[in-house]
Ligand binder design. Structure first.
Ligand SMILES: [Fe+2]
Ligand SMILES: [Fe+2]
Length: 389
């Protein structure tokens, strides 16, 4: 196509709705060329799975309607009153105070001793939090519980909006802290966030709230564990303020885990067969991490590299994955389920025996990795400095 702006570019790869705003595309596409990538703009850097939609039978939507009162009494009560919530400003130098400059100096002094590898993991966690629009979108793909209007008064929609509002503080706080630290390349980080939100995520939850709430139960616990570990490491490195920051975020994740696991517990009570089949389905597909499509314009395996460092530092490991599964199976008393169909019993056996299997595979993989050569990778987030994987 010839362009009116006199540029030589190919629009054949552009997709709706972006073709309607041609000029910005030209600029963005040129920027992609600048970093030497022939990627299609606004598509995930990696292939997503075959996308299954609306796998929950429509009659099951009624279950969620019938749970409205229950959700009000059991789930909405887990939200915290905004007036009683912490805000990022409580943990950051106060720009309106006289001592602002001094507080920033102290902050930068405190994190001087923290190694680069810790920052790589904290940045990855922060970027994960910053892709919050994707997670709200994901929850609103779920049949029977989505926010139909943007201000819907169903308890499901109220929960999702307020949950998002609570989560929004996590990325804000970590982002501001990292910005003030002076230790990281903010422009590269901001670029990664923009790429990630543009790419979305592929959790394979199929508009199905059974799958969706199993996914969020797993994820809230995973983030609780990883923020808990970054808190522990910050303390070990002598930055107690940062430890407090990661700890306060971990506490939110724990409360969110309580809510989502309660919903799934209720589904197990109402529909044990459907729920155990859903749990087995999610575990067979594997719970993908929310930021798995992460890209910084440079490293095609950025998420894998970030995950390797998180694994090596013990922030989030394959063992944690197995532990979360085991925890959830116990929490939902999956072993004790009775009256299941043949398929349901198979699913029950599968999920109950899965955690030890994952651990065995993990041990073998670790042994193999120990024998292999140790490689290092440059991370653009820390100005291209090399980190051991
Ligand atoms: Fe969070
Ligand atoms: Fe969360």
């Amino acid at each position: 196509m010839t362009s009116s702006v006199g540029q030589d570019f190919d629009t054949s790869t552009l997709q709706f709705p972006f073709t309607i705003a041609l000029l910005p595309i030209v600029l963005i596409q040129n920027e992609c060329r600048e970093v030497g990538k022939a990627k299609k703009p606004f598509t995930p850097p990696k292939e997503v799975h075959v996308q299954v939609t609306h796998s929950m039978p429509p009659e099951k939507r009624e279950i969620f309607n019938s749970l409205n009162n229950w959700a009000e009494d059991n789930i909405l009560v887990l939200l915290k009153d905004v007036e009683k919530c912490w805000q990022p400003n409580d943990f950051l130098p106060d720009p309106a105070s006289e001592g602002f400059n001094e507080q920033i100096k102290e902050l930068r002094e405190r994190c001087k001793e923290i190694p680069d590898e810790y920052f790589v993991v904290l940045v990855g966690d922060m970027i994960t939090e910053e892709a919050l629009p994707t997670y709200q979108t994901m929850i609103n793909t779920l049949d029977g519980v989505r926010d139909e209007t943007g201000a819907s008064l169903t308890p499901w929609a109220i929960w999702t909006r307020a949950w998002t509002a609570e989560e929004n503080r996590h990325g804000d706080l970590l982002n501001k802290y990292l910005y003030l630290s002076g230790r990281v390349d903010m422009k590269q980080i901001e670029k990664t966030i923009q790429y990630l939100i543009g790419s979305g995520m592929d959790p394979r939850t199929e508009n199905n709230p059974y799958l969706g709430f199993i996914y969020t139960s797993f994820q809230e616990r995973a983030t609780f564990i990883s923020h808990g570990n970054t808190a522990r490491l910050a303390k070990e490195h002598g930055d107690l303020k940062l430890a407090q920051i990661c700890g306060i975020i971990a506490a939110d994740e724990k409360r969110h885990e309580t809510a989502y696991t309660k919903i799934v517990e209720k589904l197990f009570e109402i529909d044990p067969d459907g729920t155990v089949l859903s749990l087995a389905d999610m575990m067979r597909k594997k719970i993908s991490m929310p930021a798995h499509l992460m890209y910084d314009g440079r490293d095609d395996n950025l998420f894998e590299h970030f995950s390797s460092v998180a694994q090596r530092l013990g922030v989030y490991t394959a063992k944690d994955y197995a532990d979360i599964l085991e925890f959830l199976v116990a929490r939902w008393e999956v072993e004790k389920l009775t009256g299941l169909s043949g398929e349901g019993r198979k699913a029950q056996d599968y999920v109950c025996g899965l955690a030890p299997r994952i651990r065995r595979l993990e041990e073998r993989a670790q042994e193999k990795a120990k024998k292999g050569s140790v490689s290092t990778v440059p991370f653009s987030w820390i100005f291209g400095r090399e980190i051991k994987l």
